[in-house]
Ligand binder design. Structure first.
Ligand code: ADP
Length: 490
């Protein structure tokens, strides 16, 4: 069991490499800070290339034995891991709020949701069947075996410290691969706690390592390794592009989930209360620090006044405070740089003519708190329409033509999530087909589910996480041509 008092975990100052809880070779550590008050909550080892290489070497050995287990055996271990995470959901949620800042209620939801990937892929592992096909030559048959790709690596961000990890390790381990994970420096403890529970569930040593420390050195060792066959990354587009470049040397497979810039569209036939409620969840969950959060809100001009009234009421009623008190609707942003970026976007919009209907400045609580903000009069030259704000800012624009709007929102190099609200079934079908995005929420602002394929098109990424085909990236098809089968029954 995880000690229910998360602080005991934090004091360990150890990462999990090759089945051992160890310090960095140098003995150096990095501090982890509570975004709600700036307190140092613990330290993790500042590891680099050497420790990463050791983790990869151990993974090579461990993966062979893990792949040789039956899917049913892997299923049993993964189901136990899932059960332990759910059993420890309270402690994990407190740990998450402590290092990431999100509301405790949202942390609890993420723990259970994150664990659901382990359950889903534990089950999918048993269905990873191959094919038997006829051959053009009658004395032959085509067999397609599906075998694990081998050792994999994962690099994850801070905004969903458990769900982004389980989306990567669950399909890898279910498929019979091993994985070396580098969690975000802001939120390493959730990943380490997952590893602790994985160890307790019976994951063999070396199958899952968590290396904390120097991103460039750890990432560099992962990318340079000839043993790592696939790297799964969630994070910024520039780092994603760097990994693509680095992958060329060893012809690695990549799974990338990069930035989005989600449009949220309210048509004139929408249920406005539903749209406003769903926008609140889509925009203000985790203080807007979500790659699929609504970034550009388009409201049909005929319903704009009514919709804005509803939105203003809802945003104005939000309370802000530390996430661990369960008494507030909004927590802190992750750090000062995040606050500065949000403020730069809001000031830029205001300077270029936007109206601030609510919020619009750093919160009186100080630190990393920012007021939930509603902006109107948004124009294309403003930063809020050009980049992800990654904060609690809702910029609203109006439109009149469905066709012109769809052309406008498709005219971008990113394409992760999109959302629209309409009660006209013909429009629902038409617009869902027309949007150039990997995911479309129709009358829903919340999309994610282990059963669904998560990912984007264009520069928002490569591949999909979750869903019925989520194991595919971690399995290689091996074609076996079985010949010499001629002859009659004797
Ligand atoms: P964000 O701006 O949201 O932190 P990043 O892309 O910088 O997004 O970070 C996502 C993950 O990528 C983190 O775990 C971070 O440490 C890691 N990372 C950052 N730079 C590199 C790099 N050069 N090589 C490998 N991983 C990196």
């Amino acid at each position: 069991m995880l000690n229910p008092e998360p602080y005991n975990q934090l004091l360990m100052q150890r990462a999990f490499v090759a089945g051992e809880w160890c310090a960095a070779d140098s003995g150096d550590t990095d501090a982890v800070v509570n975004p709600a008050n700036g307190d140092v909550i613990g330290h993790v080892p500042r590891m680099g290339a050497d420790e990463t290489t050791r983790a990869i070497q151990a993974a090579v050995l461990a993966q062979r034995a893990w792949a040789a287990c039956t899917p049913a055996e892997r299923h049993t271990v993964l189901k136990r891991w899932h059960a332990l995470i759910v059993e420890n959901a309270d402690a994990l949620a407190r740990l998450m709020t402590l290092e990431q800042g999100k509301l405790l209620s949202q942390s609890r939801t993420e723990v259970v949701y994150g664990a659901s990937y382990i359950e889903w892929f534990a089950e999918e592992a048993r269905r990873a069947a191959g094919d038997i096909l006829p051959h053009a030559q009658g004395d032959k048959r085509i067999l397609v075996m599906r075998q694990p790709i081998g050792v994999t690596a994962a690099i994850t961000p801070w905004n969903f410290p458990i769900a982004t990890v389980t989306r990567k390790c669950a399909p890898a381990l279910a498929a019979g691969c091993a994985q070396v994970l580098k969690p975000a420096p802001e939120t390493p403890f959730c990943a380490l706690a997952l590893a602790k529970l994985g160890e307790e569930a019976g994951l063999p040593a070396g199958v899952f390592s968590v290396v904390t420390g120097d991103a460039e050195a750890i990432g560099g060792a992962m990318m340079a390794s000839e043993d790592v066959r696939l790297v799964s990354f969630t994070g910024s587009t520039p780092v994603g592009k760097l990994l693509i470049e680095q992958s060329a040397q060893t012809v690695k497979k990549l799974e990338l989930e990069l930035g989005g810039h989600a449009p949220f569209i309210v048509f004139d036939d929408a249920d406005l209360d539903l749209a406003a409620d769903q926008l609140m969840a889509c925009k203000f969950r985790n203080m807007g620090q979500v790659c699929i959060a609504a970034n550009k809100i388009f409201v049909h001009e005929d319903v704009a006044t009514s919709f804005l009234d509803k939105l203003k009421d809802r945003i104005g009623a939000l309370t802000t405070g530390p996430g661990d008190e369960d008494a507030f609707d909004q927590g802190p942003l992750i750090n000062g740089a995040a606050v500065n970026k949000v403020d730069r976007h809001v000031r830029d919009a205001a300077k270029k003519g936007a109206q601030v209907l609510t919020g619009g400045k750093a919160h009186a609580l100080g630190g990393n708190f920012y007021e939930p903000t509603l902006l109107t009069g948004i124009t294309p030259d403003m930063l809020v329409t050009q980049e992800e704000t990654f904060g609690p800012v809702a910029p609203v624009m109006t439109f009149s033509s469905e066709k012109a709007l769809i052309e406008q929102v498709n005219d971008t190099q990113v394409g992760l999530a999109s959302y629209f609200f309409s009660q006209d079934i013909a429009r629902v079908w038409r617009v869902a087909e027309a949007l150039d995005y990997g995911m479309v929420g129709v009358n829903s602002g919340v999309l994610s589910a282990a059963e669904a394929p998560f990912g984007g098109v264009k520069q928002s990424g490569l591949g999909r996480e979750g869903g019925a085909r989520g194991l595919d990236a971690f399995l290689e098809d091996k074609y076996v041509c079985l010949g010499g089968l001629s002859g009659d029954v004797t």
